[in-house]
Design a protein around this ligand. Sequence first.
Ligand code: GTP
Ligand code: MG
Length: 439
Amino acid sequence: MFNRISSKFQTIFKQIRGQGRLSEKNISDSLRDVKLALLDADVNYRVVKEIVARTRQDVMGEKVLQSLRPGQQFIKVFHDRLVEFMTDPESELKLAHTPALILLAGLQGAGKTTAAAKLALWLKEKQKLSSLLVAADLQRPAAVAQLEVLGNQIGVEIFKGKGKSPLKIIGDAIKYAKSSKIGCVIVDTAGRLHIDEKLMEELRKIKDKYPPDEILLVLDAMTGQDAVNVAVEFDRQITITGSILTKLDGDARAGAAISFRSVTGRPIKLIGTGEKLTDLQVFDPERIVSRILGMGDIVSLAERAQETFDAADAEKWEKKWKKASIDLEDFRKQIGQLKKMGSWESIMGMLPAGMPDMEGGGDRIKRMEAILDSMSPLERENPVIINGSRRERIARGSGTTVPEVNQLLKQFKMMKKMMKKTKGLSEKLKIGGANWPLS
Ligand SMILES: Nc1nc2c(ncn2[C@@H]2O[C@H](COP(=O)(O)OP(=O)(O)OP(=O)(O)O)[C@@H](O)[C@H]2O)c(=O)[nH]1
Ligand SMILES: [Mg+2]
């Protein structure tokens, strides 16, 4: 996530951290680099100018210049200004009615249908609120079926009405939700290639007849500033309550996330960070800024790990780690757990910049898993018995090669060695904490 901009900031920060003293000249130089990095990430020009001006003002303040580590202070000031720009007091979902009504709107392919299902799952798990997914996209023939597939995956009911208008379907859905005591009605609407009068008219009609608790504009972060311009237009025409910024995984530029609130005056409420239905998070400026600046998002990663890993399992693992007594079966379980945490890209996006190159990691993990699956339980328990002919069999069975099997066994051996060296997982994490750039 945000790899390009975060590696730029890492370079800028390295330079400024190396300065014993900050002068007007090196502050200006750094701020010029900061400005270019922000513009390159497709941040709105006015927003860039304001962020840079405010950072300059604060950095020039006595306290920063005279502090022991002025470079570090510079980074902190810039970090705080960015967070400030992106923070909105109204960023929480407000679902006042029963059933609450959430209308999702947006251009074609922005991720509305995916976001509808993600939101239903999120409400169910985080807010204990049941949802009804309403298929009000009657433009695309496959749209209803797509929502049905997603609804089935998460065990959420779908409401559809063949041949009816979106307005009628929504009215029926609300009635149905009321009688079935469903907490929230989430409406997936049709996308358009461009903002057109017909789309706006349809949304306006829905809004007038059934005032939603939330009108969330779903925007593709990959489109940078365009996403923000689209939002300004939607807001002007139908008044949105906020947005869901999708596709923040991968190589999305940071422009939309940084400029949105300042340009539109509306909050980003949620973000989509992957194709899996669990890849939806509350928009937390502090965490996003950490990612943009290349500081990683250890908080999200730890949270996700906590949600996924069974506490008892984790304890067992830690005990085994301390004794360095894990076998390949434990190794296999760990890989399974890691996979449950989400897509490889979404996990990698949370790690600080400058980590070893993990490209193609998702594929590598799949191959490792195939190798482990091809071993017999006895081999996993006792890897020393895996001789040459067994290696050949395992490679054949897993569709991999003998060098790959060898590599996995070598990695496992190294991991055991490392376990002997570190006393426990918790201590290992503390070592990581000391490298935290702002600490
Ligand atoms: N990587 C990534 N892909 C996403 C995310 N959200 C949606 N997608 C993908 O984007 C594509 C379009 O998503 P949809 O949910 O169908 O978009 P839509 O806005 O409903 O599209 P229309 O109904 O055609 O207007 C799909 O392939 C999704 O899997 C995300 O957060 N990350
Ligand atoms: Mg759709």
